[in-house]
Design a protein around this ligand. Structure first.
Ligand code: ATP
Length: 798
């Protein structure tokens, strides 16, 4: 019986506008992925049965545990041989008329509009990957069907004591759908039946072979309930009418089903026929006739992948499973499949997958992330993917895991789970496995650097976050973390220590958020270390500084920020006597300059000292151990609350100016300071001002070189201008002619459009507005085309 057969009042509804947009996107942009409709419908069916089973744990009226839970698929070809219907049925929770309306007629998901906007835009092509993840599931039916009917009966419950079968009907063209009681009556008992009236170009989905292939590719791994396909087989059986006559005469009846028994006795069917005919010595073989045998064939008979022997599962199977099960349609980066014992007597099998990307949304708020892809099964039955807030530390919340516990009760709830030792043990087992996978990927560095680099690009930040967040696994995660140095890329902390020079008791690093390592390597702070052959870790990501501040030491060697005081090469004790003497002398020699600069630099630096870290640069500004480096200062600036800390001002100014005694510039400055006439000799105010200006530029330059900002950019350039004038011999005080033409008086009228843009004459012909400033640069050719797209008469109108 047809859905339209009876005269039943049908209620008509308009789709919510987002649904209309969604259907359009699905139909237009996913055409090349149209086979996904089956995966989506099966996945919905599976979810509906799962929901039934979970509800039945609390309320037995919903399902008493006896009637079978399954998904069936049936293709019905039209009698004229053209097109047909595909019917997908489940014995799940079902939907009442209101649910049909809201679930299928509206999109309740948050972020829908965002998604729609993205999908309609340039990224539309990529929607193939988003479709399942976002739950456009049901609408994918319109990829292959002109018309879709969803008949459904909700499970018996308080809300539906006498459930009635209703139908949701919609065609792919309509902006509305209809809801009405099923004219066929209650044919389902419970569950949902989706009838797709296939489009002419989708009739391949009527072929059982095609359906079987699709199910095995996309759905066999992700469904926990049996999927049956309706098949019809033609069998040759003895014609019963003839047999009946023979029985009456010979009293020997070959049973219609005896084929198999006979086949057991011998290997081939042919032999059977011979045997039978010889033994019974009947004058003629029994008359045969063809009959059609209806059969439901199980499509997903394979046991779930995690229960299989890892040696027998191919990489492709793991990938297909991952895609379908976690609705992430890029292949996983790597995985580990293992079985174990939790230690509290729960044995389990699990697969832990590393995805091949971490969503941007994760990095926006990593500390708020919560794992949602640890799917816990008990004896192959899905229990939950919500293991609670602290299921895993935040650094690992992106991981995708399926775990199947043998020895937990089937009706275990999340609450009872929380109090079991199993969950705690599971957590540490998963973390251990993730770290194992990280190590496996990190080992690829030498064999397959491309793979390794991709891994590091995605998980580098995770390793640092983990080392900061997770004290227990800190060491293991920090050991895998890599850094760029002035010597090489991807250095581990252990490798750094191997390259340590004799006496070196610090791990040198320099941090500048957002800089690139090559630039950072040219910093004043690195120059001497580099020139002497020491290795310096170059930190350019915000997490780096937080990372060292948390781990503080590696194998007992402390980290030293080389932009701070306290830098020691470690070989100072072995310096020659002569060198020490030289340093003493330099301190003596530069005393007047240091005193002078100290006076000039008040408010910017706390002290001035002779540097041991500079080679060619004349000066640098170094932070005290408790002061802010330029990097920390910048991080503070982006944190609005930081200025309120009473230590803030103090930490800002806790820095020292270091001068390079071997720089000619510094020597020259010393001479100038020494040459200044004293009070007694009669002060030279002009020379004093000149020198102050130079000192001030030197200080500002030192700030900039060291990554800090100058207190006032305008003042700084005013001074530079004056020094430039002096060096060019131009008068310092000669004013620039600063007269300018004032603007005309206020104009109370708004300009007319025609004044700004020349309008084409209003002669009814097509025209183009070209703004005056573009008229010289633009020429437009127009051609008229006929309906077939052929050019009628080329013209050059403008
Ligand atoms: N076979 C079904 N049985 C019962 N309810 C269903 C069935 N198919 C769909 N639904 C209901 O309709 C809703 C919308 O389905 P749709 O496929 O559009 O998205 P979804 O299933 O929520 O998302 P996703 O496909 O990502 O799981 C479902 O959430 C479910 O409540």
């Amino acid at each position: 019986q047809d859905f339209d057969a009876a005269e039943i009042p049908k209620e008509k509804f308009n789709y919510q506008s987002d649904v209309a947009r969604m259907r359009k996107i699905v139909i237009n942009s996913l055409y090349s992925h149209k086979e996904i409709f089956l995966r989506e419908l099966i996945s919905n069916a599976n979810d509906a049965i799962e929901k039934l089973r979970l509800t039945a744990l609390i309320d037995k009226t919903v399902w008493d545990g006896t009637d079978p839970l399954n998904i069936t698929i049936k293709a019905v070809k039209n009698e004229d041989g053209k097109g047909g219907k595909l019917i997908i049925t489940d014995t799940g929770i079902g939907m009442g008329p209101e649910e049909l309306t809201t679930n299928l007629g509206t999109l309740a998901k948050s972020g829908t509009s965002d998604f729609l906007a993205r999908a309609e835009g340039a990224e539309g092509a990529a929607t193939g990957n988003l479709i399942g993840a976002f739950g456009l599931g049901f609408y994918s039916s319109f990829l292959v069907a002109d018309k879709v009917h969803v008949a459904s009966v909700p499970a018996k419950s308080e809300k539906y004591p006498e459930p009635v079968q209703y139908v949701f009907s919609s065609s792919s063209e309509d902006s509305s759908f209809e809801i009405f009681p099923d004219p066929r009556g209650n044919t389902l008992g419970r569950g949902t039946e989706i009838t797709l009236e296939l489009k002419d170009d989708s009739s391949e989905y009527l072929e059982n072979q095609e359906i079987t292939a699709l199910v095995s590719k996309h759905s066999s791994f992700s469904t926990s309930f049996p999927i049956y396909l309706f098949t019809q087989r033609t069998d040759e059986v003895p014609d019963e009418d003839v047999i009946l006559e023979e029985t009456q005469s010979a009293e020997s009846v070959p049973k219609p089903t005896s084929d198999t028994d006979d086949a057991d006795a011998d290997d081939t069917d042919e032999a059977v026929i011979e045997d039978v005919s010889e033994e019974e010595q009947t004058p003629a073989p029994p008359k045969m006739k063809s009959i059609t045998v209806d059969e439901w064939v199980r499509l997903n008979g394979q046991p779930p992948i995690w229960t299989r022997d890892p040696k027998e599962v191919t990489d492709e199977e793991y990938t297909l499973f991952y895609n379908a099960f976690f609705k992430d349609f890029s292949p996983p980066m790597t995985w580990t499949h293992f079985s174990g014992d939790s230690g509290s007597g729960v044995s389990f099998k699990a697969i832990v997958f590393l995805p091949d990307k971490i969503e941007d949304s994760y990095w926006q708020q990593p500390l708020l992330s919560q794992s949602k892809d640890i799917k816990l099964m008990v004896k192959r039955v899905f229990i939950t993917n919500d293991l609670g807030e602290d299921a895993l530390p935040k650094w690992a919340s992106w991981v995708k895991v399926v775990v199947d516990a043998e020895d937990l009760p089937l009706n275990v709830s999340r609450e009872t789970l929380q109090s079991t030792a199993f969950l705690r043990q599971l957590k540490s087992i998963i973390l251990k496995r993730i770290i194992q996978l990280f190590n496996k990927m990190a080992d690829l560095e030498t064999e397959d650097s491309e793979k390794f680099e991709k891994f590091y690009e995605i998980f580098g930040g995770i390793l640092k976050l983990g080392a900061v967040e997770d004290q227990k696994n800190r060491e293991k995660l920090a050991a895998i973390t890599r850094f760029t140095t002035n010597h090489r890329n991807f250095t581990t902390l252990d490798q750094y220590l191997e390259n340590r020079k004799q006496g070196q008791k610090q791990i040198f690093y320099l941090a500048e958020m957002g800089e690139n390592p090559q630039e950072l390597a040219k910093s004043v702070f690195v120059e001497k270390l580099h020139a002497r052959g020491y290795e310096v870790l170059l930190f350019t990501e915000p997490l780096d500084e937080i990372f060292v501040q948390n781990i503080r030491r590696w194998k007992n060697v402390p980290f030293q920020d080389i932009a701070k005081v306290g830098l020691k090469f470690g070989d100072e004790d072995t310096d020659e006597e002569e060198e020490k003497e030289q340093q003493k002398e330099a301190a003596q020699k530069y005393k007047p300059l240091m005193e002078y600069l100290q006076k000039q630099g008040r408010g910017v630096v706390r002290d001035v000292v002779i540097s041991n870290r500079l080679v060619t640069s004349p000066v640098a500004i170094v932070a005290d151990s408790f002061g802010y480096t330029a990097n920390v200062q910048r991080m503070m600036a982006s944190n609005p609350g930081a200025g309120k800390n009473p230590m803030h001002d103090f930490a800002m100014k806790a820095r020292v100016l270091e001068i390079n005694p071997r720089s000619p510039l510094i020597e020259g400055l010393l001479k100038k300071v020494e040459a200044l006439p004293t009070e007694e000799e009669g002060r030279d105010v002009e020379a004093e001002e000149e020198l102050e200006e130079v000192a001030s530029i030197l200080l500002d330059g030192a700030l900039i070189r060291s990554g800090f900002e100058v207190p006032s950019t305008n003042d700084f350039f005013g001074r530079v201008d004056r020094v430039l004038r002096r060096s060019l011999g131009v008068s310092e005080h000669a004013p620039t002619d600063d007269t300018v033409k004032p603007a005309p008086p206020v104009d109370p009228e708004l300009p007319a459009f025609e004044e700004l843009y020349q309008m084409p004459p209003e002669d009814g012909k097509a025209g183009v507005y070209v703004p005056p400033h573009m008229q010289d640069d633009l020429s437009i050719e127009m051609e008229e085309i006929d309906e077939e797209g052929n050019v009628v008469a080329p013209r050059d109108e403008l």
